[in-house]
Design a protein around this ligand. Structure first.
Ligand code: UDP
Ligand code: MG
Length: 152
């Protein structure tokens, strides 16, 4: 139950006033917010976070976009957080993302796709560490008696 993953609510979502709507999706699903902060991504941080994409032709635009204004970083905690969060987010190309997913409902673009979510448990650990110090994450109790059966 303690699985954690990282979300980044991207500049397009802030610009369009979607932060609350996006965060609600994860709260309503039953996930706990373990940490949240606003930050300005530097070029160095962008290159580290998107190291697997630095050589792609679209990387300069991605870096410019992600460093253009503040973003909101969120650590989500709960059952199968990494996999379920990716399902809620939807595929990278928001034009093809199903309705009901965050990208499907809020974007029609491959680049301005409103949100980042870690793609595996290993990546999630690295990415949480990249954006949050241990004391910025909180271990409070969420009353989940109505969310799960006792053996789940
Ligand atoms: N991206 C882009 N053009 C592409 C592919 C990706 O601008 O053709 C951007 C997009 O913002 C995407 C991010 O690069 O969310 C990271 O790409 P990745 O393949 O890791 O997709 P994600 O994990 O975000 O679904
Ligand atoms: Mg990715």
């Amino acid at each position: 139950m303690k699985e954690r993953t990282l979300l980044l609510i991207k500049p397009d979502a802030l610009q369009r006033g979607l932060v609350g709507d996006i965060l609600s999706r994860f709260e309503h699903k039953g996930f706990k917010i373990a940490g949240v902060k606003m930050l300005q991504m530097s070029k160095e941080l962008s290159k580290e976070h998107y190291a697997h994409l630095v050589s792609k032709p679209f990387y300069p635009d991605l870096e410019k976009f992600m460093t253009s204004q503040p973003i909101v970083a969120v650590v989500i905690e709960g059952k199968e957080a990494v996999e379920v969060t990716r399902l809620i987010v939807g595929p990278t190309n928001a034009s093809k993302a199903p309705g009901g997913t965050v990208r499907g409902d809020f974007s029609n673009s491959t680049s301005r796709n409103v949100i980042h979510a870690s793609d595996s448990k290993e990546t999630a650990e690295k990415e949480i560490h990249r954006f949050f110090k241990p004391h910025e994450l909180f271990d409070y109790k969420l009353n989940d008696a109505f969310l799960y059966a006792s053996d789940e």
